[in-house]
Write a protein that binds this ligand. Structure first.
Ligand code: PLP
Length: 377
């Protein structure tokens, strides 16, 4: 089944499944307990944390395991909100951000959210960020490393430099970046959010990088797991499967970046040629190697997705978590399009080993679908 919805969730790597089964047999004990069975589970947990810390060029003590990226952002925003002035502390973010980032900002910094502009290609505008940092007192800036919806790569390294020049912390949502592109420079960002299932690990697991100097109350309280920063018994087998998945991505990423971008570009140029009025979002901007998001010239995205599903292809209509809702007009406000046009959004996102045959078959399926929609009923 050609699966083209990796930005929604990636299938579990077989290596991750094996790691999970093996760890469920060997390392199932509670890692906080004190007998040898438990201390071995705890050792495996720390080995996983150590490997991940190397990938992010940070110290293992700065990493905590969580239930996913949604918890990561709530933890970071909650912790900061506890130590900042409740009346004046504000956060800055753009329309590109994932709904979980927007929701956390509204929950913990109500009425104190400043917008960073995004250009027409879907790239965060650094000039807008700098002018905000210069003129307003901002405690935290949230930047998505790569857009889950349209695949545009954001200038988070430049944004980090700007934030640190003005003494502001940066939260980087690296959910779609890690496992696809080099991650070492992320260690210099204050907060970094990663989700296991987006890189082919199990669902319900995440990793959050925290700044060294954070000594705030934390969101998940109770036991003293994760150095007292995140209560709850750690899911060691899940974390070892997450590690195996990340290691697989690490090995595959360089070749995948080259090949998948090439196959994606071939599909894009053929579809732009064959389907009049089709629009590629983020055109001309640097894109994730696996993503292409289109505004179809006619018919709702749902109609395209259903027809292509009947032909054996799974693809999305932007963020999976909001695909059952109305596409809000503010979500893509930067594109200067009629808001109703976003009902025509269709997103393709491949995996590291999606074959050229699958890409070609998808290209043909799009063209056949378009032709069938043109036929008189
Ligand atoms: N951030 C981005 C960019 C995402 O794509 C997603 C997943 O949809 C999330 C955050 C939320 O991730 P999770 O499912 O781990 O809570």
């Amino acid at each position: 089944m050609p699966y083209f919805d990796y930005n929604a969730t990636a299938p579990l790597w077989p290596e991750a499944q094996e790691a999970w089964i093996a760890a469920s047999e060997k390392y199932w004990a509670n890692p906080s307990a004190l007998y040898r069975l438990a201390t071995e589970a705890s050792r495996q947990l720390e080995l996983a944390r150590g490997w991940m810390a190397e990938r992010l060029a940070c110290s293992p003590e700065q990493l905590i395991f969580t239930s996913g990226a949604t918890e990561n952002v709530h933890t970071a925003f909650y912790s900061l909100a506890q130590v900042l002035d409740k009346k004046s502390a504000s956060v800055a973010l753009s329309a590109l951000e994932h709904p979980c980032v927007k929701a956390a900002a509204h929950q913990y910094f109500p009425g104190r959210i400043l917008p960073v502009l995004v250009n027409k290609q879907g790239v965060l505008c650094l000039e807008s960020l700098e002018s905000l940092l210069k003129t307003r007192s901002i405690s935290l800036v949230a930047v998505m490393a790569a857009s889950n919806e349209i695949g545009t790569l954001q200038k988070w390294q430049e944004a980090r430099q700007l934030c640190h020049t003005y003494g502001t912390k940066i939260f980087v949502d690296a959910v779609q970046w890690v496992g696809r592109l080099p991650s070492e420079a992320l260690g210099e960002c204050d907060f970094v959010s990663i989700s296991s299932h987006k890189l082919g690990g199990p669902r319900g697991l995440g990793l959050l990088k925290l700044p060294r100097d954070l000594s705030s109350p934390f969101l998940m309280t109770g036991g003293l797991q994760e150095q007292g920063k995140r209560a709850g018994t750690q899911n060691v087998p899940g974390i070892l499967a997450f590690l195996a998945a990340w290691q697989c991505c690490q090995l595959a990423q360089e070749q995948a970046a080259y090949k998948q971008a090439q196959y994606r570009n071939q599909l894009v140029s053929k579809l732009l040629d064959q389907i009049p009025g089709l629009r590629l979002l983020g055109e001309g901007a640097p894109l994730l190697w696996n993503t292409a998001a289109f505004l179809m010239p006619a018919y709702e995205g749902i109609r395209w997705v259903r027809r292509l599903d009947q032909m054996g292809f799974q693809l999305g209509m932007g963020a999976a978590c909001s695909s059952k809702q109305e596409k809000g007009s503010s979500q893509f406000s930067f594109l200067n399009e009629d808001p109703t046009s976003f009902h025509r959004l269709v997103r393709i996102s491949s995996g590291p080993f999606t074959s050229v045959l699958e890409w070609e078959a998808l290209t043909d399926a799009f063209i056949r679908t378009w032709e069938s929609f043109q036929l008189p009923r």
